[in-house]
Ligand binder design. Structure first.
Ligand code: GDP
Ligand code: PGA
Ligand code: MN
Ligand code: MN
Length: 611
């Protein structure tokens, strides 16, 4: 049995409530050793992971890891929010009573870490001193060393965050037990995995995966699900799957901040890392605050503020290259301590590769292994078309490595929010951008965000589904209550943000090419949005929002074919009318939806019919 007291003493972890919690789960899981880690332990843990074969060198202070081949994405099916109040049941949160789920998870975890080390990872999901810091402290317990190494990159990790709490009991208890990955029946009727957030007890119990999206509990479970619940319960804030960027206009000296929700694998990280297009770079600079999570609240001065609770980037590798995202390549350059997961790897040369890294894979396949570890050179002709890297392969690096990181990203104040955007992968109907100036209509638009499924979650790629506010996988309580809370928080701000819906993914119906080149050029519609807010352009009013007039978009240096441009700046009335019917069915599922949302829906439908 582990000597818990000695381990906690050695690390100086004095918070009595944390000590109780660690002792309880050390006993339950049967871990052989307990070890408290801080960011200062990174180099030693990296070496241990290399020695144990859990990581392999990927060139000049970078590392390669592979997750079990049936464990490569978030599992929404197996993710559950539990409370003691059935009124918290929503459409998407897979609510189950905590009286049922807690004992079930404890049974799964009992003895399941026998022979292993239980790492104690004390963390803070916010810049220190932020208004929301009281909801940001947590302690992840995990029996997987690579999870610790990811946590050190993705969150602020240190003992003092927990020792210094005003109320020693105010921290999230986040327990991760990996289990026997080869015998969990992933994706079968006998699936043994459970990813449970017991929201009203601020306790997270995840069993059966070591993939980041299921195992980095500070990020996914605390930063999003628990934060959403806490923000509502306290009436103080919103916890959202949003990127957060700053746009600096060198000519006027003004700074703007835009946050926005796109479903996983739909462009948040790329947008946050955006380098202004060459023709606009002299005037504008985009800075990175966050790429996956933002917490929003009304500050002392009455304005709406946002901050990124994370400390790192867990980015999609696919299609990252010098043209699409040079910033990402700098962020994972030699010396950054980056961990690559499930990309292709060459142990002899320590190189990594993923689809879209270069137009063609390395011509000489000698030594190259695919993401499962199988030699590429041994592939049969039938296997020739299979990807080398998993489509959801990832890189993990810290914010300090991101070249366009905002200078004030670590400041406690957060940043005032000028605009909130929603978007997703939608091959037709959704124009490049449509702006919405009314709060209820903005919330309505977020609630009816429809997008294609992606590989970041288990499911069918390309199938259209609703993903309210891009929060479908992270909904913690009922959607009706969520809409009310969103209207209340943002509605209380003295200056209202402008909303917009964006779509970088519209395709030509014949040959399927993307009608908009995307990536760096996505700055252009965002600049138009800020100009609209400032009254510098007027746009074109439609039932579903204000669209840019073609001449209002700055397209300098681009050559988008005229017919493509026309298509992405047009509303297809018939398709939209059909969509309104689908939306009605979608919204009807939600109990207690505020009247304002239904009114917005009816207004848009009527305007559309009148057009
Ligand atoms: P996130 O998961 O929401 O952070 O999405 P990412 O920014 O990681 O992007 C997911 C995938 O979409 C990656 O393969 C990107 O290369 C691709 N992507 C991102 N932005 C664009 C864009 O503007 N146009 C196109 N065509 N693809 C994009
Ligand atoms: P993503 O983040 O949204 O960048 O894919 C990880 C996730 O949501 O699983
Ligand atoms: Mn995400
Ligand atoms: Mn991302």
């Amino acid at each position: 049995m582990a000597d818990v007291e000695a381990a906690l003493d050695a690390a100086g972890l004095s918070n009595p409530k944390v000590r109780e919690y660690v002792a309880y789960y050390a006993e339950l899981t049967g871990a052989e050793r307990v070890e408290v880690v801080t960011a200062a332990d990174d180099a030693r843990l990296i070496q241990e992971a290399l020695d144990a074969g859990e990581l392999e060198p990927a060139g000049e202070g970078r590392y390669y890891s592979r997750s079990y081949h049936k464990d490569t994405a978030r599992s929404e099916e197996r993710t559950i929010v539990s409370t003691s109040n059935e009124a918290d049941k929503g459409v998407y949160n897979n609510w189950r009573p905590s009286s049922e789920m807690k004992p079930l998870l404890h049974d799964r975890m009992r003895g399941a870490s026998a022979g292993k080390t239980m790492y104690v990872v004390p963390y803070l999901m916010s810049p220190p001193g932020n208004d929301l810091a009281p909801w940001a402290a947590g302690v992840e317990l995990t029996d997987t060393r690579t999870v610790v190494l990811h946590m050190i990159r993705m969150a602020r990790v240190g003992v003092d965050y927990l020792n210094d709490l005003e109320d020693p009991d105010l921290f999230v208890r986040a327990v991760h037990v990996t289990g026997d990955l080869e015998n969990l029946g992933q994706g079968t009727p006998d699936d043994q995995r459970y990813f449970v957030t017991v929201a009203d007890e601020r306790t997270i119990l995840h069993f059966g995966s070591s993939y980041g999206g299921n195992a980095l509990l500070g990020k996914i479970a605390h930063g999003l699900r628990q934060a959403a619940y806490d923000g509502w319960a306290s009436k103080k804030f919103l916890g959202e799957q949003y990127m957060l960027i700053g746009i600096h206009d060198k000519e006027t000296g003004k700074d703007y901040h835009i946050c926005g929700g796109f479903p996983s694998a739909s462009g948040k990280t790329n947008l946050a890392m955006m380098l202004a297009p060459d023709t606009l770079g002299d005037r504008y600079h985009v800075s990175f605050y966050g790429d996956d999570i933002a917490w929003l609240w009304v500050g002392q001065d009455g304005r709406l503020y946002g901050m990124n609770p994370e400390y790192g980037v867990f980015g999609v590798a696919k299609d990252t290259n010098e043209n699409t995202n040079p910033t990402a390549l700098r962020s994972v350059a030699p010396g950054t301590g980056t961990i690559f997961t499930n990309v292709a790897y060459n142990p002899a040369t320590q190189e990594v590769w993923w689809e879209g890294r270069t137009p063609e894979p390395p011509a000489d396949t000698t030594g190259w292994l695919d993401w499962k570890g199988d030699p590429i050179a041994d592939r049969s002709p039938e296997q020739a078309g299979e990807p080398w890297a998993h489509p959801n392969s990832r890189f993990t690096t810290t914010l300090d490595n991101v070249p366009n990181i905002a200078q004030d990203y670590d400041e406690p104040a957060g940043v005032p929010i000028d605009a909130i955007i929603f978007g997703g992968r939608t091959r037709d109907r959704e124009p490049l951008i449509r702006a919405i100036t009314d709060l209820a209509e903005g919330v309505y638009d977020g609630l009816t965000l429809g997008a294609e499924a992606t590989f970041a979650a288990e499911g069918v790629d390309g199938q259209l589904r609703y993903d309210p506010m891009s929060n479908r996988p992270f909904m913690a309580y009922s959607e009706g209550d969520y809409a009310r809370h969103y209207l209340d928080v943002v509605g209380a701000a003295s200056e209202q943000p402008i909303f917009a819906h964006v779509n970088w993914f519209q395709r030509d119906p014949e040959d399927g090419h993307f009608l908009w080149p995307g990536y760096r050029d996505n700055l252009r519609p965002l600049l138009w949005l800020l100009q609209l807010k400032n009254g510098e352009v007027e746009g074109r009013r439609t039932a579903v929002g204000i669209l840019p007039k073609e001449e209002e978009l700055n397209l300098e240096g681009m050559d988008v074919p005229a017919e493509d441009l026309e298509r992405i700046l047009t509303i297809d009335k018939a398709r939209w009318q059909q969509e309104m019917g689908f939306r009605e069915e979608h919204l009807k599922q939600f109990a207690n939806l505020p009247d304002e949302i239904w009114e917005a829906h009816r207004r848009v439908a009527a305007d559309l019919d009148a057009e």
